[in-house]
Design a protein around this ligand. Structure first.
Ligand code: ATP
Ligand code: MG
Length: 576
C-alpha cells in the first residue's frame, strides 16, 4: 500500500475536548472528538480524512480475505426497481425501513438495503447450467436502511458501508463448504483487525433461511447480548434458549383457583410483594395483536418476553401489543390484571416452555383489582402451544449440555452469515439445468459484514478515558512524531528527518508540527490513539536519545536515534 505522511498543520484533523452532547457511547463520542466523522443528518455521516483512512484499512483486510477464499468482487447498483422486492415478498417485510423514491415516469425504486433480490435477478439470467456453479460474488458498497432509531454514530446509521457476498450452489454440501470458508474468513478478518470476537447462533430476521450465525465483537456497551456455555454453545439474545433454573418457591395448586383482591397492585413486583409471594410464582399475560388475531404470551413473572421468538412462533412479523383500551375491551379489566383463565375462545395462548416446571400460578383475574391464585395450566386454561418465547438470562441452565450455566457478554454485531436455501430462488424463479437436464432452483447463501460499523466497534473495544487506542493493523497512521518544542532547531531537524525516513521505511507518519503547548499536543495524541508516538525533547536529543511512547501500554522507552526505525519495524512486524 502507498504510504502517507502528513503535517498536522496541513491536515484536516479537527479535534476537540468537550464531550459531544448527542453522543451516548464511547465510540461515538471519540469519533467526533478525534475528528473522524461529522454528521450530516440523523444516521448519515461524512468520514473525515483520518476516519476514512481507518475505513480503507478495514476494507483492504476484508477484500484480501474474500479474495483468498475465491469470492469474486463485483459492484451492483444501489438503485433497485421496486418490482424485485414485490417478487421476493420483501416489500412488505422491509416496510418503512426501505428507502423509496420515484423516477420521472413515476416508477417506484428503492435504495438497496441489501442485495439478495438484485443478485438473484442476475443469476436467473446469467447462470444457466450446473457447470457454472458454485459461484460466490461480493461487493463493498453503501447500503440504505431507514432505521427506526439511528444512533451511536456510524454504529447504527441509515447510510452505511457493508461488504455483502452471495453464493449459488447445486447442493447443500456445496453450500456448507462455502459457508464454512466464509465463517473462517470472517474470523480472520476480525482477528486481523485486532478484535476479540465470538461466533454465535442468531435469528434470521428479515433475510430469512434457517441456519445463520453472527460474529460479535465483545464490548461493554455493545447493543447485542450473547449467551454462552463452557460446552461451546453460544447464541445471541434473540436466539438463545435456556432451561431456566429451579424456582426457590413454587405456588401450590389449589382445588379451584382462588380470587384475591389486589387493589391498585399491577406490576409483578407490586402484586407479589402484596401477596407475600415471589415473582417465580406469578405468570405474566402479555396481549398482542396480528393482522387477524389476538395472541396472549404467558411467561414467568421473573422473565422478559422475546418479541423476536414470539413473533416467529405466531408466524407474523408484524405483532403489536394491544393498547390499554383494547385490553379493556378484550378482558374487561384494566392493564395489569390480564390472565389466561376465561379469555375469549378465539384468543390464541402461547405458553413459554419454562412454565412446564410451574406447579400452581398466580395470574391476573381479568377483573380490575383482582388476581387468581393456585391456577393450574391444562385444567383452568389450555394453551394453544408451548414454545420458548422468553429471553435467556445469565445463570440459566444451558439448553445444549443441560449441565453448564449460561453466562452473558455484550458486544457489537459485525457480521451475519446465512444459509438461505431456496428462499429467493424459488420466489423469484431463479433456476439452472442440472446434469440430467432438470430445472432446479439455486441453493443460496448470503454473508454480510458491516465495514463502517467496524470502525466504531474497534473503538468500542479499544479505548480508555483519554481516547482511542487503535489496533495496529487498522491504525490510520503508524507513527505520530511529536516535537515538544518546535522552535528548537535540533528538534525540528530531527523531526523532519524522521518524517522522511519513516515513510521511506514503509510507515504512515503524522508530524505534529503545530506550535502549541506540549500538554495540549499530548492530549490530542492520546485522543487520536496512534499506537506509537515519537516524542522529541531537547534534553534527550542532546544525549542522542529519542523517546518512543506505547499508547496501549502507557509506557515509554528511550532508544538511540539510529535504532528508532528498527524498533518501530519490530512493533509492526506481526501486521506486515
Ligand atoms: P442489526 O441487528 O444490527 O440491525 P441486521 O441484522 O439488520 O443488523 P444484516 O442485515 O445482517 O444486519 O447486515 C449485515 C451487517 O451490516 C451487520 O452485521 C452490521 O455489521 C451491518 N449493519 C446492519 N445495519 C447497520 C446499520 N444500520 N448501520 C451500520 N451497520 C449496519
Ligand atoms: Mg437491522
Amino acid at each position: 500500500m502507498e504510504r502517507t505522511r502528513m503535517r498536522w498543520t496541513k491536515y484536516y484533523l479537527p479535534t476537540f475536548k468537550e464531550t459531544p452532547s448527542d453522543a451516548e457511547i464511547p465510540s461515538h463520542k471519540l469519533m467526533l472528538r478525534a475528528g473522524l466523522i461529522r454528521k450530516l443528518t440523523a444516521g448519515v455521516y461524512t468520514f473525515l480524512p483520518l476516519g476514512f483512512r481507518v475505513l480503507k484499512k478495514i476494507e483492504t483486510i476484508v477484500r484480501e480475505e474474500m479474495d483468498r477464499i475465491g469470492c469474486q468482487e463485483v459492484l451492483m447498483p444501489i438503485l433497485h426497481p421496486s418490482e424485485l422486492y414485490k417478487e421476493s415478498g420483501r416489500f412488505q417485510h422491509f416496510g418503512p425501513e426501505l428507502f423509496k423514491l420515484h423516477d420521472r415516469r413515476n416508477r417506484l425504486f428503492a435504495l438497496g438495503p441489501t442485495h439478495e433480490e438484485v443478485i438473484t435477478d442476475m443469476a436467473r439470467s446469467e447462470l444457466k447450467s450446473y457447470r457454472q456453479l458454485p459461484q460466490c460474488h461480493y461487493q463493498i458498497l453503501t447500503k440504505f436502511r431507514d432505521e427506526i432509531r439511528p444512533r451511536f454514530g456510524v454504529m447504527r446509521a441509515r447510510e452505511f458501508i457493508m461488504k455483502d457476498a452471495y453464493s449459488f450452489h447445486t447442493s447443500e454440501e456445496s453450500l456448507d463448504e462455502i459457508y464454512e470458508k466464509m465463517a473462517g474468513a470472517y474470523r480472520r478478518i476480525l482477528d486481523r483487525c485486532g478484535l476479540s470476537n465470538v461466533m454465535v447462533e442468531a435469528d434470521a430476521g428479515k433475510i430469512g433461511g434457517d441456519i445463520n450465525h453472527e460474529f460479535v465483537v465483545l464490548a461493554q456497551e455493545g447493543e447485542s447480548e450473547i449467551f454462552s456455555c463452557s460446552c461451546g454453545y453460544a447464541a445471541n439474545d434473540e436466539r438463545a434458549e435456556s432451561l431456566g433454573r429451579p424456582a426457590e418457591v413454587k405456588e401450590p395448586v389449589l382445588d379451584t383457583p382462588q380470587k384475591i383482591k389486589t387493589p391498585g397492585q399491577k406490576t409483578v413486583e407490586e402484586v407479589t410483594a402484596f401477596l407475600g409471594a415471589k415473582p417465580s410464582q406469578l405468570v405474566k399475560t402479555l396481549l398482542y395483536k396480528t393482522s387477524n388475531k389476538t395472541v396472549a404470551a404467558l411467561i414467568g413473572g421473573d422473565r422478559t418476553l422475546s418479541e423476536t421468538k414470539f413473533s416467529k412462533i405466531v408466524g407474523d412479523p408484524m405483532i403489536e401489543p394491544l393498547s390499554d383500551e383494547e385490553i379493556f375491551e378484550l378482558t374487561g379489566a384494566e392493564v395489569g390484571y390480564s390472565g389466561p383463565v376465561g379469555l375469549p375462545k378465539d384468543t390464541m395462548i402461547i405458553a413459554d416452555t419454562l412454565l412446564e416446571e410451574f406447579q400452581g400460578m398466580i395470574v391476573g383475574a381479568n377483573e380490575t383489582d383482582a388476581h387468581l391464585r393456585g391456577v393450574k395450566m391444562g385444567r383452568d386454561f389450555t394453551p394453544n402451544a408451548s414454545a420458548n418465547i422468553s429471553r435467556a438470562r445469565a445463570g440459566d441452565r444451558c439448553p445444549r449440555c443441560e449441565k453448564g450455566t449460561l453466562s452473558v457478554q455484550r458486544g457489537v454485531e459485525l457480521g451475519h452469515i446465512f444459509k438461505l436455501g431456496t428462499k429467493y430462488s424459488e420466489s423469484m424463479g431463479a433456476t439452472y439445468l442440472d446434469d440430467d437436464g432438470k430445472e432446479r432452483p439455486f441453493i443460496m447463501g448470503c454473508y454480510g459484514f458491516g465495514v463502517s460499523r467496524t470502525v466504531a466497534a474497534a473503538i468500542e473495544q479499544h479505548h480508555d478515558e483519554k481516547g482511542i487506542i487503535w489496533p495496529s493493523s487498522i491504525t490510520p497512521m503508524h507513527v505520530l512524531v511529536l516535537p515538544v518544542n518546535i522552535a528548537d532547531a535540533q528538534t525540528r531537524n530531527t523531526a523532519e528527518m524522521l518524517y522522511e525516513d519513516l515513510r521511506g521505511a514503509g510507515f504512515d507518519v503524522l508530524l505534529d508540527d503545530r506550535d502549541l503547548r506540549p500538554g495540549y499536543k499530548f492530549k490530542d495524541a492520546d485522543l487520536i490513539g496512534i499506537p506509537l508516538r515519537i516524542t522529541l525533547g531537547e534534553r534527550n536529543l542532546k544525549k542522542g536519545m529519542i523517546e518512543i511512547y506505547y499508547r496501549r501500554e502507557d509506557r515509554s522507552e528511550l532508544v538511540r536515534k539510529k535504532d528508532v526505525i528498527h524498533t518501530i519495524q519490530r512493533f509492526y512486524e506481526p501486521d506486515q
